[in-house]
Design a protein around this ligand. Structure first.
Ligand code: FO1
Length: 315
């Protein structure tokens, strides 16, 4: 079965990791948000790509979900002693990724080529594709002005109230090689439980992606449980954008893109409402969607594939 997952951030990386570790071997492609990418110390940092890759390689920091396991912080401490910028925590092993990626980008290689080579070095079997090789930075419109994504997210701790989002260069950007084909050829598309506003919407804004998804079977997994995000500011963003945060709000956010939607057992009462709003078109499933450890990632991934197979049969 060919499965293509759209992912960004820690929640998306966890489900992608579960999918990659299923016994039944899937032909898995993960298309990753690069709107969070930015430059620090002249290095190109791709947080979501790295989070997905580190998780798929089993190299992730299990406390934070991002960054490397068994990390050391020698460089960061030296930077601090020089009064340099320490608001974005780059560990020593993680720095090696950014150094080597930046060196190769400066040689003229593409982000997708570099990512493929890193995946091969890390023993990752799935194909991991950046959404685009073109820079496509996300900016957040807030009550404190328009902020580059990591300035909003990490430096200001998601404190500013969100008023909207800018996906700079979206219209001019091209999907990375293989992105549209991975969507077109997939038996099932999985929208991972990532932040819809800043992890999935940037992918959907890449020219051609929405159009390609239209003919496909798309199964989403809610990033919200009981109206709260498992991690990150998704619920706060919904509130500030004038929408009551809930799995129903996420289903509405994706609208007709979805054929199926998995919500948490806790949100069972919303299932009927979500289905009704879609005019009965959207199939809603309830599962335990919290992934507290690797076994739970694999368990949820198995449920996603079982539901996906049913969905594909029904349509
Ligand atoms: N998130 C933080 O909240 N604080 C950090 O210092 C931080 C450092 C960091 C370093 C490398 C990396 O790949 C990710 C890092 N993140 C950090 C996570 C990242 O900024 C966000 O999780 C994503 O951009 C949102 O998906």
């Amino acid at each position: 079965m060919k499965v293509t997952a759209l992912a960004g951030g820690v929640g998306g990386a966890k489900l992608a990791d579960g999918l990659s570790r299923l016994d039944q071997s899937l032909d898995l492609t993960v298309i990753v948000n690069t709107g969070d990418d930015f430059s620090l110390f002249g290095l190109q940092i791709c947080p979501d790509l790295d989070t997905v890759c580190y998780n798929l390689a089993g190299l992730e920091n299990s406390q934070t979900g991002w960054g490397r396991n068994q990390e050391s912080w020698v460089a960061l401490k030296e930077i601090q002693s020089l009064d340099g910028p320490d608001w974005f925590q780059l560990g020593d092993k993680d720095l090696a990724t950014h150094l080597e990626r930046t060196r190769r980008l400066r040689e003229g290689q593409t982000l997708s080529q570099i990512t493929a080579d890193f995946c091969s070095s890390w023993g990752i079997g799935a194909a991991v594709l950046p959404m685009s090789d073109d820079p496509r930075p996300t900016f957040v419109k807030t009550d404190r002005g328009v902020l580059p994504f990591q300035e909003y997210f990490v430096r200001q701790g998601c404190q500013p109230a969100v008023q909207g989002f800018i996906f700079q260069g979206a219209k001019e950007s091209a999907p990375a090689p293989g992105v549209l084909k991975a969507i077109r050829d997939a038996d099932l598309i999985v929208i991972c439980p990532s932040n819809p506003w800043v992890s999935i919407d940037p992918i959907l804004a890449v020219p051609g992606v929405r159009n390609e998804l239209k003919g496909q079977q798309v199964l989403g997994v809610s990033p919200l449980i009981g109206g709260a995000a498992v991690k990150g500011p998704a619920a706060k963003m919904y509130r500030e954008m004038g929408v009551e945060p809930s799995a129903a709000a996420v289903a509405e956010h994706y609208g007709q893109l979805l054929d199926g939607f998995i919500i948490d057992n806790q949100d069972l009462v919303l299932a009927e409402q979500i289905s009704e709003v879609s005019g009965g078109v959207l199939q809603v499933y309830t599962e335990d969607i919290l992934m507290k450890n690797r076994e739970e990632r694999i368990r949820l991934a198995g449920q996603v594939i079982d539901i996906g197979k049913d969905l594909v049969k029904e349509i």
